[in-house]
Design a protein around this ligand. Structure first.
Ligand code: MN3
Length: 199
């Protein structure tokens, strides 16, 4: 069965008041994410070894296999964007008590967490993602990956939040100023209810 572009969990206009305009979401979801899904389906159709595999299985098996680099790029980006749409909200920015307690325990403070996440997001050279993950040691960490990679592939930990720092994610709303996009994302767009539910 072919992979499908999931519907957004809100309208394309729903995040405009929070700093992500309708045109950004229309292009990002309808064009960029859709293109990854179409390309992935093309790879699967041409490779019997991929058929019948879940998205997670394809991400893991194609990671670090240079013969499957194109598969990995598109499978990774499909997985990453599924997380991305779910981990934003028109009511974003508020951190539930259970997650706040865990953040305070592992980072020292909410501000220290935001500083670490912003550092990961702004030091990812070129395209990629910033993540809040639960590491195998049971501690929260902020990390980053290039292009279509993610912590599922690298085995670094369980994803609680992922922020797309490809220019297509922020150029219409914040032009070239990625740090402002990341600040706004953490304070107004991030769905910390989703993150808390992953714990
Ligand atoms: Mn993107």
């Amino acid at each position: 069965m072919a992979f499908e572009l999931p519907a957004l969990p809100y309208s394309t206009a729903a995040l405009a008041a929070n700093g992500m305009c309708q045109e950004t979401l229309e292009l990002h979801h309808g064009k960029h994410h859709n293109a990854y899904v179409t390309a992935l389906n093309g790879f699967v159709a041409g490779n019997a070894a991929l058929q019948g595999k879940s998205l997670e299985e394809i991400v893991k098996l194609s990671y670090s296999d240079t013969a499957l680099a194109g598969v990995f790029n598109n499978a990774g980006q499909h997985w990453n964007h599924i997380v991305f749409w779910e981990n934003m909200s028109p009511n974003g920015g508020g951190i539930p008590g259970t997650l706040e307690a865990k953040i305070n325990a592992d980072f020292g403070s909410v501000q220290a967490f935001k500083d670490a996440f912003k550092a990961a997001a702004t030091t990812q050279f070129g395209s990629g993602w910033a993540w809040l993950i639960l590491g195998s040691d049971g501690k929260l960490k902020c990390t980053k990956t290039p292009n279509g990679s993610n912590p599922l592939a690298t085995g670094e930990g369980k994803v609680l939040l992922g922020c797309d720092v490809w220019e297509h994610a922020y150029y219409l709303d914040f032009r070239n100023v990625r740090p402002n996009y990341v600040d706004n994302w953490l304070n107004k767009l991030a769905n910390y209810e989703y993150a808390a539910a992953q714990l």
